[in-house]
Write a protein that binds this ligand. Structure first.
Ligand SMILES: Cc1cc2nc3c(=O)[nH]c(=O)nc-3n(C[C@H](O)[C@H](O)[C@H](O)COP(=O)(O)O)c2cc1C
Ligand SMILES: [Mn+2]
Length: 482
């Protein structure tokens, strides 16, 4: 069974050897961040910090929850060594079968074990880390959900937004304009009303993964989390609003965005691209109204930066899922889609069956229509290349993509303002170019005289079968696959 809260997830990671416990006292000020960062960059295990400076015994930090595909497998209740493609296939199967949440009683909800309101709702009770040297403050949410309810339809949205502690009862956050969360908040502002918002930290790992996944507008992320968990997510009503909150989260912050003009300083922050690319600036501020939390709360921390971290793994699965669905929905003859986590969400590889000319351009058009944080580099390969196999993809890019005919530039697309290669002006207006690399042979080239034959074991040897038959008895190991 997939773990249904952070504690079960920690126990599962311990069993599979994917967690190291740190029992000496560590500092929330940079030390936790530095350790998690180094683990990310070396694809190391998750870390459980059992003693955090200045905080009571029992207040722990889980660092790097989903920083490897192995840990995603554990979170899905699969064997940790599940190959990436199989893991992704199972992810897609479960995403196709969402399950509606259930509402449980307040007294059964662990997140209500402690309830503090007013002045007592003090954010410094929790060991929010200063994640990177150079960050503008302590970040209480680096891996969690910001939850809001559409005032027109009742639809409940979960999105992931970094949240900085401004002072003991004010938080600041940065919202990219195209997100669902921001569209909901705007509706309250249009009516001159404050927007009630709930922040959930340390939910079960699948719920958190759904908060960062581009689920279509109007659909609840929470139902997909249920699909991935293969059972309903349990929710409970918030203390001060009618927003349902995840009952097994470790920490819940209930807050209010009072007006679009209530802006206080936020950032900078070491971002998912592996750079610090957005400035310290006034951004939206939320007033904290209540905090509720489990006894001995465990804060989950992701430390974004140079790949590979939890966000990159999550984007590979979540954004890959969204793009693949869009391409399939448009009837493009694709073989598969893979977003290599090493490219921090900025490269998407699309495999196609080259049935007609111009498929690469069509792929670019459709991905360009996604109102989401979309990759600026799209590599289109044909069906002799496995999009999951970077050795094959990089070979195709080098050998099949004509630098003039093969690269299509879409000069002014919606872009994330965090994209490091954009000019300051482009970042400010969230606009930038996109490149599509066509690594398919032109259909009009003669297969006999123009397309050069690929000199691979698979392609050129008539005696392939004989070699394969004797391979193991000759003493060779199977070539490592994915
Ligand atoms: C670790 C992490 C932090 C993120 N922080 C932000 C952020 O601060 N602001 C933002 O606009 N998007 C951020 N994102 C991207 C959004 O979570 C993503 O676009 C999500 O789909 C938004 O959900 P929504 O449109 O349902 O609100 C972050 C993603 C990850 C993985
Ligand atoms: Mn959404």
């Amino acid at each position: 069974m997939p773990p249904k809260d952070t504690r079960q997830f920690i126990a599962a990671l311990k069993r599979t050897g994917d967690l190291v416990e740190v029992n000496r006292e560590v500092d929330w000020d940079l030390e936790v961040g530095a350790i998690v960062r180094r683990l990310n960059e070396s694809q190391g295990p998750a870390a459980l910090f059992n003693k955090v400076k200045d905080y009571p015994e029992g207040y722990r930090i889980l660092g790097g929850p989903l920083g490897t595909f192995r840990r995603v497998a554990v979170a899905m209740g699969l064997p940790p060594e599940t190959p990436t493609r199989e893991l992704r296939d199972e992810f897609e199967r479960r995403m196709a079968a969402p399950i509606k949440p259930t509402l449980i009683r307040r007294e059964d909800a662990p997140c209500k074990q402690n309830v503090l309101t007013g002045e007592d709702a003090d954010l410094f009770r929790f060991p929010a880390p200063m994640p990177h040297d150079g960050d503008g403050g302590r970040y209480i949410l680096t891996w969690g959900a910001v939850i809001a309810r559409d005032p027109d339809t009742g639809w409940v949205n979960w999105g992931m937004y970094r949240v900085m502690v401004y002072n003991f009862h004010i938080i600041t956050a940065q919202h990219q304009p195209f997100t669902d969360h921001w569209s909901i908040v705007q509706k309250y502002f249009a009516r001159g009303k404050p927007a009630p918002v709930v922040i959930a930290i340390s939910m079960d790992p699948m719920s958190t993964l759904m908060a960062m996944t581009p689920i279509p507008r109007g659909v609840d992320e929470c139902e997909f989390a249920g699909g991935l968990l293969e059972e309903p997510v349990e929710l409970v009503k918030a203390e001060l609003s009618d927003i349902p909150v995840p009952a097994h989260a470790e920490i819940i912050i209930e807050a209010e965005l009072t007006s679009p003009n209530f802006r206080l300083i936020e950032g900078p922050f070491g971002e998912f691209t592996g750079y610090r690319s957005s400035p310290r600036a006034p951004r939206n501020a939320y007033m904290v109204k209540a905090v509720t939390f489990r006894n001995d709360p465990i804060l989950t921390v992701s430390n974004m930066g140079v790949p590979v971290d939890d966000g990159h793994i999550g984007m590979s699965l979540g954004m890959g899922w969204d793009i693949k669905k869009r391409l399939q929905g448009a009837g493009v003859p694709i073989t598969d889609v893979y977003m290599p986590p090493e490219a921090a969400g900025l490269i998407c590889v699309v495999g196609v069956r080259p049935l007609y000319n111009g498929i690469a351009a069509q792929v670019g058009n459709i991905i360009g229509m996604a109102a989401t944080n979309i990759p600026p580099h799209i590599i289109v390969v044909e069906d002799d290349v496995d999009p999951f196999n970077m050795q094959e993809v990089i070979h195709a890019l080098g050998t099949k993509c004509h630098p003039l005919r093969g690269i299509t530039i879409r000069p002014r697309e919606a872009a994330t303002p965090l994209t490091p290669f954009l000019s300051l002006e482009e970042r400010k207006w969230a606009i930038g170019p996109k490149a599509i690399y066509d690594c398919t042979w032109p259909l009009e080239w003669s297969r006999e005289t123009e397309v050069p034959p690929k000199v691979s074991f698979e392609n050129v040897y008539a005696i392939k079968e004989k070699v394969l038959k004797n391979w193991a008895s000759d003493g060779f190991a199977s070539p490592s696959g994915l």
